[in-house]
Design a protein around this ligand. Structure first.
Ligand SMILES: Cc1cc2nc3c(=O)[nH]c(=O)nc-3n(C[C@H](O)[C@H](O)[C@H](O)COP(=O)(O)OP(=O)(O)OC[C@H]3O[C@@H](n4cnc5c(N)ncnc54)[C@H](O)[C@@H]3O)c2cc1C
Length: 256
């Protein structure tokens, strides 16, 4: 079983992201592996252990994205590949999908490609299905369970209405949700192995593709308007009085 897992490097969820001179900036906040992608790595490793496979972790980004790859290696992935090219500075999700699909094709004979449900910075949540589209593979998204039997896979999707069971033939693309189960922590041995790992860097030329043209452009990046928040403490002689005063205010503000 040949498995690929795609992980993205993102600013730490505690980061303050601002627009400066039309560019996105997160100051000196640390960069981390996208939290949703840890569930994808966990699912890839569990599937590898159940079906005697290998897991290759792939990321598209700058040199610093190697830290996200090393985190996945320390969790137990077999090898890692960074896709990096100056021409990939401002690609959209469609472009990201084309690049990841080209990498999956170059790795060759891949049976399963795992993704997180979304990236906490771009938050589009569509790169997995767009990658499946480019590959011509089925996409089984929001997976909470994954059962492989021969060349068929059954997935329980975690959707608002509850669970939905779907199945498809491999190869296929999967996106993972938290219901799949807690990701393992990188082991000490894993961290040591990852810190020594040689991570090859593939360019667009190595993938044999041109720089994808953006179909969704970000003509302008601006900060959201500052919300003026005032806080008023409602006082009263008793909880009943406070509650009544609060209701009066809520009604007066036409909130209800
Ligand atoms: C400087 C800059 C300029 C940009 N300009 C544009 C623009 O002009 N137009 C536009 O539409 N978007 C633009 N983007 C956003 C960029 O297109 C998205 O961040 C990227 O395509 C992925 O989308 P997403 O983050 O919403 O991921 P999602 O679709 O939410 O990701 C879902 C899953 O896909 C996988 N994945 C996503 N990205 C990667 C990656 N890089 N490597 C490996 N796996 C990945 C992960 O498994 C992730 O969990 C820009 C981003 C930056 C940083």
């Amino acid at each position: 079983m040949k498995i690929v897992v795609c992980v993205k490097q993102v600013p730490d969820s505690a980061a303050t992201v601002v627009a400066e001179n039309g560019q996105v900036s997160w100051g000196d906040a640390p960069l981390v592996i996208n939290p949703w992608d840890e569930y994808a790595v966990e699912a890839a490793l569990k599937t590898k252990e159940a079906h005697d496979g290998t897991v290759t972790v792939v990321s598209m980004g700058g040199e610093n994205a190697k830290e996200a790859l090393k985190h996945a290696l320390a969790m137990g992935c077999n090898d890692a590949i960074l896709i990096s090219d100056p021409a990939l500075e401002a690609v959209d999700t469609q472009g990201t999908a084309q690049v990841l699909a080209a990498a999956i094709k170059k790795i060759g004979e891949v049976d399963m490609a795992f993704f997180g449900r979304q990236a906490i910075d771009g938050d589009a949540g569509i790169t997995p299905v767009q990658t499946a589209r480019v590959l011509g593979w089925p996409a089984l998204t929001l997976a909470a369970t994954i059962d492989v039997e021969g060349d068929t896979v059954k997935v329980e999707r975690s959707i608002e209405e509850g669970r939905q069971t779907v199945s498809a033939k491999l190869p296929a693309v999967f996106s993972l949700v938290k219901d799949y189960g807690e990701p393992r922590y990188p082991s000490f041995m894993g961290i040591r192995k990852a810190s020594r790992a040689e991570i090859p860097v593939w360019s667009l030329a190595d993938l044999g593709i041109e720089a994808p043209a953006a179909v969704v452009e970000w003509p302008q990046i601006i900060n959201p308007p500052k919300k003026d928040v005032t806080c008023e403490i409602v006082e009263g002689g008793s909880p009943k009085e406070i509650a009544e005063a609060l209701v009066d205010k809520i009604l007066a503000e036409k909130v209800l």
